[in-house]
Design a protein around this ligand. Sequence first.
Ligand SMILES: [Zn+2]
Length: 282
Amino acid sequence: MLIDTHAHLDYPDFADDLDKVVERAAAAGVTRIITIGTGIESSERAIALAEKYSNVFAVVGVHPTNVQNEIEDFLPALRALAEHSKVAAIGETGLDYHYLPSRELESSPAIAALQAGVAQDAEAAVLDGAYKSAQADAFRVQLDLAVALGLNVVIHQRDAWDDTLAILEPYTGRVRGVFHCFGNRPDQAMDAIALGHLVSFTGIVTFKNAGLVRETAVTVPEDGYMVETDCPYLAPVPHRGERCEPAFTRLVAEQIARDRGSSLEAVARQTTATAEQFFRLS
Ligand SMILES: [Zn+2]
């Protein structure tokens, strides 16, 4: 009935009880799970899980915050993984400017003291520039791979909205993306959807301070969004703070159904059809 379109089942959080986690998901009506790689090794583990569980599918890619820890030319390895029959998309890839290197520079008093004033500002600009351009290069490489293989992309975007859209722009019509864990404004969601992309919502829609995200989830057209957990993170209410798991996709869908004045069944039917098409399932 429901599809959890963004889970990290390969994380150590699930090492001890994954069989039970997958069973609980099915019991809650979450009959398929997309597990997302965040680097080459993580993507290999995602594929191994997709081979083990018939209702699990893999997305393979290098997360923007992992780009600088990854083997320099990861493309050959990623391409080989992406050809697996249970790979449903490329990702997660994108841009994340939340923790720029200059922030660590500022928060390190020893370094700050050594590099006073202008020298430090210049150093910060160089470091941040290199960090951003490494992410942009890795993002483009993965978009090109998606185009070559006829797959879509799972996009991670944090504090980098304009740059993300600018990089995507030349790919319009050739590849679609889903802006996962969407937390931006309704008009930004509508801009992304107008370009052929999707957004997807996590358990954040159940949080007390989630007014903006809930407004966005009500605004988007019924075929413009999907649901996800991003587990093990972002467990919805009433599990907030606990380990999240795919079964909780149901709580996300229930909240959105209430807010949209719809039913769980209708939201499940529509988001599942959207996910089946986007990830080329079935
Ligand atoms: Zn993720």
